[in-house]
Design a protein around this ligand. Structure first.
Ligand code: ATP
Ligand code: SF4
Ligand code: MG
Length: 338
């Protein structure tokens, strides 16, 4: 096995039984209501992630897809430490990183960076680009002199197709695409190994989406980065991903190599999701229209979370939660009927 293949075989990130619950009950007064003649305290818990397990190999692009609200951003934010999980373990290489305090988390913060969907919101409007790039460098590399800082910033600006003249300007002086280049530069400047890219091109004009995507792919190749890529656009996902996890209501329903998933989706939800992609020059699968709405994650149905919309649902599906099992070809699938 050559060195590159060996690196790709190693897990950089291991996630086991990860759950994230948001308590949206509000204050005590909001929680009190009359039920059957008695004053009762009612809690509203959003189960955004439900026992999610997966591994990301070094150097791969691991994409997460699924309808709005299925938990993609919560997953990205939880693995990178922006949300504490309620249950489960997260390992980065050999270190367990869930539950670390901010000081213990510091060495991992510089290895794990996040690129957000909206570059307007993610850059401080009052800070000049020089300051936006310099601050994380000074924080993570306190020993760096001004020469090293200047070199790092210039190198990263060049890599994202920026200009050193941008450094003296404020975020509002740039277009959306330029701002996304700057927020990618801010992530890259500290020398990360792993990047969570949460819909990094969705908020951009279609004409510049491909440029930003290519920039991310070039940076990956040059720096050996590993990506957790969150996206809505399935054609983009098919183009860039090594493996893809399909999520529905906080659970992974199918996880497979990109080619396997797109050529032969097995889970009924994946089949419906992929049937909506326009295929140029290829025979398009019959569009499967899903009936009903996505149930709210506040009141999750028992059994398979997809049963209310699944054409193949049986009585067992209404009662029993299907665990994610691994098939002979390495694909993982959570369905009683496939
Ligand atoms: N901070 C929060 N407080 C309360 N509920 C939250 C919070 N963040 C997310 N949620 C809820 O968790 C669920 C998953 O949200 P999440 O943002 O992870 O979905 P998503 O798949 O990223 O959706 P989208 O494609 O629209 O970005 C949703 O029901 C959402 O309302
Ligand atoms: S477990 Fe049942 S309801 Fe769920 S996807 Fe499979 S067939 Fe459909
Ligand atoms: Mg999201």
């Amino acid at each position: 096995m050559d060195q590159k293949m060996e690196a790709q075989d190693r897990s950089l990130l291991k996630v086991n039984n990860l759950s994230k619950i948001f308590d949206i009950s509000g204050g005590l007064l909001d929680q009190l209501s009359w039920r059957q003649g008695r004053l009762t305290r009612v809690k509203y818990l959003v189960k955004a992630l439900n026992n999610v397990s997966f591994q990301i190999k070094s150097g791969e692009t691991f994409s997460v897809v699924g309808e709005s609200g299925c938990g993609k951003s919560t997953l990205g934010r939880t693995v990178i430490g922006l949300h504490p999980p309620n249950t489960g373990q997260i390992h980065y290489q050999d270190a367990r990183i869930d539950g670390l305090n901010p000081k213990q988390m510091l060495p991992f913060r510089k290895k794990m960076q996040m690129v957000f969907r909206d570059p307007y919101a993610s850059l401080n409007p009052r800070k000049r680009i020089q300051q936006i790039l310099e601050e994380p460098l000074r924080f993570h590399y306190p020993g760096f002199g001004s020469g090293e800082i200047k070199d790092r910033i210039e190198e990263v600006m060049l890599q994202v197709g920026g200009d050193v003249q941008w450094l003296s300007r404020l975020p509002h002086e740039f277009s959306g695409g330029q701002r996304q280049r700057i927020s990618i530069a801010r992530g890259l400047v500290v020398g990360p190994e792993f990047i969570v890219a949460d819909e990094p091109i969705s908020a951009l004009d279609v004409s510049i989406q491909a440029q930003i995507l290519n920039l991310l792919l070039d940076a990956q190749e040059q720096r050996g980065l590993t990506y957790l890529f969150i996206a809505h656009d399935l054609s983009v996902v098919e183009h860039i991903s090594t493996r893809v996890a399909v999520m529905y209501l906080g659970t992974i329903c199918e996880l497979a190599r990109t080619r396997d998933l797109f050529s032969n989706p097995l889970h009924p939800y994946t089949q419906a999701l992929l049937s909506a992609i326009p295929r140029i020059g290829k025979k398009k699968a019959r569009h499967i229209k899903l009936k009903g709405e996505v149930p709210t994650p506040i009141n999750l149905p028992p059994g398979c979370v997809f049963h209310g919309r699944c054409r193949q649902a049986t009585e067992r599906c209404r009662q029993e939660f299907p665990e994610l099992k691994t098939l002979a070809d390495g694909r993982q699938l959570a369905c009683h009927e496939v």
